[in-house]
Design a protein around this ligand. Sequence first.
Ligand code: G6P
Length: 614
Amino acid sequence: MCGIVAYIGKREAYPIIIKGLKRLEYRGYDSAGIALLDKGDLNIYKKQGKVANLEEFASGKNITGNIGIGHTRWATHGLPNDINSHPHYSNDGELALIHNGIIENYDILREELKSRGYSFVSETDTEVLVHLIDDIIKTEKVELVEAVRHALLNVTGAYAIVILSKNNPNQLVAARKSSPLVIGIGEENEFFLASDATPIVEYTKQVVYLNDEEIAVVDLNDGLRILSITNQDKTPYIQQLEMKLEALEKGGFEHFMLKEIFEQPRSIHDCFRGRLNAEKGWVALGGLKEYEQKMINANRLIFVACGTSWHACQVGEYLIEGLARINVEVEYASEFRYRNPIINENDIVIAVSQSGETADTLAALELAKSKGATILGICNVVGSSISRITDAGSYTHAGPEIGVASTKAFTAQVTILTLLALSLANKKGTISETTFHTMLADLEAVPDKVKKILDSDAKIKEIARIYQNASNALYLGRNSSFPVALEGALKLKEISYIHAEGYPAAEMKHGPIALIDEEMPVFVIATKGTSYEKVVSNIQEVKARKGKLICIVTEGDTQVKDLADHIIEIPDTDENLVPLLATIPLQLLSYHISVFRGCNVDQPRNLAKSVTVE
Ligand code: G6P
């Protein structure tokens, strides 16, 4: 995590960097800092807390300069205080550096540098980098870029870095390995560097995504040069950004999360647009089409993901096994990568990731690739690391998701997995033509049904008001509504800090039932379908213990209505598509509870949206 941004050109760097940091704040908000080069002076401003704190600290100061770097931190090594904030600087104040990632061998390097006379002011792993580069410049008598290259050859771990140097007032040097870095190309040797394209899109649509172990030099006179850390020159591959600036604004909503929840009719539609035609009866995921036969013939499809994306994969397992009868496993990427899993060429490993940058998910893919498996990706962020290292993949097209708690990205991931399951099932002949056609039509109708659920927001808000002071909550569901229950519980935990657990409804009696009393809200997904009667029995069990029941039911349901304290109706749909609808009221409930509790909805404590450290 951590967000980095840098500017070099003719404009004032400070406003561009501050605005960029705000866009990147979803990556961490423990502290923020900026360094600017102004008429030969290197000035650094750092502050614990959000970018707004830094802005307040800087207000009234005459901050100028056309070259600068900025950082917003998610603390790994060292407390989130002013000293540990980036940029870090060399002992003589000649160099300043920002970093996203973790330097794993920092301890050894630190001791070595200390023995060479360097003093350290922070507890961070990053500070070793700036001293190491400085040491190489001085001892090897090389230029900045050479020193950066030599330094990186001695470093293990992950990094996206940008370095500012008093002695090189016309350039910035950047590099990346396992942490993202995008370079925006402006006019007349003006460059914008950032962890993702959101701080850049306002100024230019032309970008270069730096690859692992590449160094970029952006120079006011000489433009852009890219070389590998093994010193080979590379030709920059310039791409056109498709992101729209409006997508990065709140658009009249109080929070990004609410905006993103309300965007779902559109984002789900965008996800299947051009990939599904119910009338003509076809579905096609262009990026994965070539691999469909391979998926049908594969030993197993292994999905790897983290957090909310892992929940989407769980829904995918029900869909693909249920409809296409292909063996699916779902793994936490962080566990998969370290447990010496059995993988071979007949396996297909599919990463699902909103950001496309999650360190564990990336590493799981690399491991699978090294064992000869085919690797595929389902990502939201175009040009992200996962989308670039995979053999093929599909984008979810949900648009930028800024709220740290994932909402529209989840439903877009589930939509892609539904399309994939339907396409595989149709090709394999495991579902009838009639089922195929009915499901396509039902999927096409999902955006309108989501809209209808969003119309009941006022009612959902009132339910949230009643349970805002709960200390615990239980979420229950069966079949593909079980991962929806997991996701509902995660949303509540993330943004309202209420302890919540998701369980398969029938498992409740193997433990969680002991927790149920009149204080415990129990959210149950009890829509019509194969397990409906079983879930109704579970509801009875909760009621018998005086738990408070908030049930999501199919429109027109009467049985659950008589038992529950509150019901939230969702339109009828094919059972396989329920996750796309049942998720919506759970997102709204969490959102409103968080607002009632006065929590920071978009930037919940301790969390970051893009987890680029393990
Ligand atoms: C973080 C985010 C979650 C996200 C998870 C995986 O924990 O806060 O919202 O689900 O990372 O991220 P990815 O980008 O791989 O989907």
